[in-house]
Design a protein around this ligand. Structure first.
Ligand code: 5GP
Ligand code: ZN
Length: 113
């Protein structure tokens, strides 16, 4: 499949990983919107959060646990940060492979645009 995040996950596109295990990889966003901006993706292709099934519940829990761990490690756990998941065109999703943005290191505005 011609999916850029599948290529990153399978190392067909060389990307430095902040974290990797059997199920997920974490890497910095190419176009960071905050001092800390990384992406967490499952290795398995899931098009968006719309496609999450019951069998994916442990995977999603695992992703959030890893995010909390990395946020602490990167020094943004205490001050706070944001987890963003864009879904579909109106949601602003540009890469059709499930990914969670983690943004921190500055004060973030609400609501988003
Ligand atoms: P979305 O707009 O789908 O929520 O987020 C996709 C994100 O992936 C964007 O923030 C974009 O900068 C990032 N991105 C797109 N292509 C690449 C890439 O090849 N490498 C990395 N590290 N990030 C990418
Ligand atoms: Zn993919």
């Amino acid at each position: 499949m011609d999916c850029i995040f599948c290529k990153i996950a399978t190392k067909k596109i060389e990307t430095e990983f902040l974290y990797e295990d059997e199920d997920i990889v974490v890497f910095n966003d190419l176009n960071p919107q905050a001092p800390v901006h990384f992406l967490v993706i499952p290795k398995r292709h899931i098009a968006s959060a719309n496609e999450i099934g019951k069998g994916d519940i442990p995977l999603i829990g695992h992703i959030f646990e890893v995010i909390a761990h990395l946020a602490k490690e990167l020094g943004i756990g205490e001050e706070g940060y944001r987890i963003v998941n864009n879904i579909g065109e109106a949601g602003g999703q540009s890469v059709p492979h499930l990914h969670f943005h983690v943004l921190g290191g500055r004060s973030l505005q609400w609501p988003p645009g």
